[in-house]
Write a protein that binds this ligand. Sequence first.
Ligand SMILES: [Zn+2]
Length: 329
Amino acid sequence: MFKKILIHTRKSIKFITLLVIAVFLIIGIVAYFFKPTYKVTLGGEEIGYTANKVELQTKISDYIENGDGQNVAFVQVNELPEYQLCLLKKDIVTNDEEIFEKVKSLGTSYYRYYAISKNQEEKAYVSSFNEAEQVVNTLKEKNSAGMDTIAISEKYETESKEFTTTENAVSLLYQAPVYVTSSNTKSTGTVNTATTISRTKVDIGISLIKPISGIITSRFSESSRIRSSRHTGLDIAASAGTPIKAAASGTVTFAGRKGSYGNMLVITHSNGVQTYYAHCSKLYASVGKTVSQGDIVAAVGTTGNSTGPHLHLEVRVNGVAYNPQNYVY
Ligand SMILES: [Zn+2]
């Protein structure tokens, strides 16, 4: 009885082993000659075969959502491809790339680009925001006038624009600044040149930045041979032509020649605070112009009562001059 069972079991094991081997052989043969493939159709039309359904689907949906990573922002498609499992002979060619191209060609691409406009008129188109920013920065460096009317806008359109090179965009948008030079003695606006100074440190309520970097050659309230009164400002030496930045945002209230100050620009800020920039070789802003902190408003010179190129900077509150070094430098 025991023996019989044992023999029976041995037979069964042998049979199962054979069966497993056979199954593996069949799978091996199928796997060798065939592979699972998907027939791809789009709107009922057969457009090809793929062996990598998931990969292709991911690639297509990624393209639809994110475009090509360059100027195509996203794609609008009416229909997505359908996949139907079929077993094909190994020598059948799959054409994932063609399927992808077909889907691409049937969709509507939305292009992303940036328009740079001046006075609300689109003047140049560039492919990236960085490029647009570069154009604007270059214009600022070149002291282009009318910077306050320049704007960058992001565009999404079904048709792309022809892109302008950075260089061409700059020349299209550049506007020569209005210069007031030493030969132009006309001055506009009003300025208080009283020699009243105060050595106290008052809170001016705004923060100032350095208009130029350079060496301090004469400090506030110093007396000197070339002046009859105490020094109403701070002298910072720098080479002629060095761009002078607005210490804070405000409105230009004086521009032009003013006696011993030479060419001077006065910016009026909030709280009755004013900054004076004197002995300039050039003034880039005229009275009434609104300037932002950091805007280039003039160039260092040696006009007026001056022995070498430097900026004479004054900080005044209601006409009284305070030590600029309480706020900058
Ligand atoms: Zn001075």
